[in-house]
Design a protein around this ligand. Structure first.
Ligand SMILES: [Mn+2]
Length: 265
């Protein structure tokens, strides 16, 4: 169990959905700049999925990814405890290749000095159990997505995919992204909102974990929702996604001994 707050000086920073990659150097620069400004004061950093726009395996060739990995490794070396969770776009992050270790790329966690987190997982934050998740597993209204997610999380699917040459994996991922953009465009043109979490799925996940506070990303709808779960006050913090530009967005959730706060980009 990860415990933050054993001393009053500890500080946890949460973020997600940076979607970094060579397609968008401005957002990579924005995130790395804001990370530099905040992380030096943190004892624990939690990256809750979709760090990367696409991830075909730990040999993903993006220079932006390499920059983030180097920055995380430097933070880890300076004493910040770095944790990373897989999202729906980078669900192959730190997944072992089905080949001899000498032929496989060096795993993400070893390069970044990070500890990988299960989705969901519970940590203790200043004495309170808090559930961390990416958030896509709770979007249960989208049955097509949940079916695809379940398939791509099987070890058989992952072994088959990672056994393919890098060029082929990149080509397949490009085709899948095209498909995702097409579906998003169709949804947008139909006026429908992008998917959000399902309330019953959130409550079931929180009940199973025995928590009254949850932190997740994925939906790109930053907020702190407060309600009563089984008669007890509950909170659900949703992290923002990151995007550079004239209406730049992004930000961190910061927790220290004095409480919870958001830091915009
Ligand atoms: Mn996501």
């Amino acid at each position: 169990m990860i415990v933050v707050g054993q001393t009053a000086r500890e500080v946890a920073l949460f973020c997600s959905d940076m979607h970094l990659g060579d397609h968008d150097p401005a957002t990579a620069a924005l995130f790395l700049d804001r990370l530099d400004a905040q992380a030096h004061a943190a004892s624990h950093l939690f990256l809750l999925g979709d760090l990367f726009e696409a991830w075909v395996g730990d040999d993903q060739p993006d220079a932006a990814a390499q920059q983030l990995i180097e920055r995380l490794a430097a933070l880890a070396a300076s004493g910040v405890r770095v944790h990373a969770m897989r999202g729906n776009r980078d669900f192959l992050l730190d997944v072992a290749f089905p080949m001899a270790a000498t032929a496989a790329p060096r795993p993400f966690h070893a390069r970044a000095g990070a500890v990988m987190l299960d989705d969901p997982c519970t940590i203790t934050l200043f004495g309170e159990p808090v559930l961390l998740a990416h958030g896509d597993a709770q979007c249960t209204d989208d049955l097509d997505y949940q079916h695809a997610r379940a398939l791509a999380r099987t070890s058989a699917w992952q072994r088959d995919f990672l056994a393919r040459p890098l060029d082929e994996r990149l080509r397949i991922a490009g085709e899948l992204r095209g498909e995702s953009r097409r579906v998003q465009a169709e949804r947008a043109m139909g006026g429908a909102e992008p998917g959000d979490v399902n309330r019953q799925a959130v409550e079931a996940t929180m009940r199973a974990a025995g928590v009254r506070t949850m932190v997740h990303g994925h939906t790109h709808r930053p907020a702190c929702h407060r309600w009563e779960l089984d008669g007890v006050p509950a909170r659900r913090w949703v992290l923002p996604d990151w995007h550079a530009g004239s209406a730049a967005r992004g930000g961190f959730l910061r927790v220290d001994s004095s409480g919870w706060s958001t830091i915009g980009c």
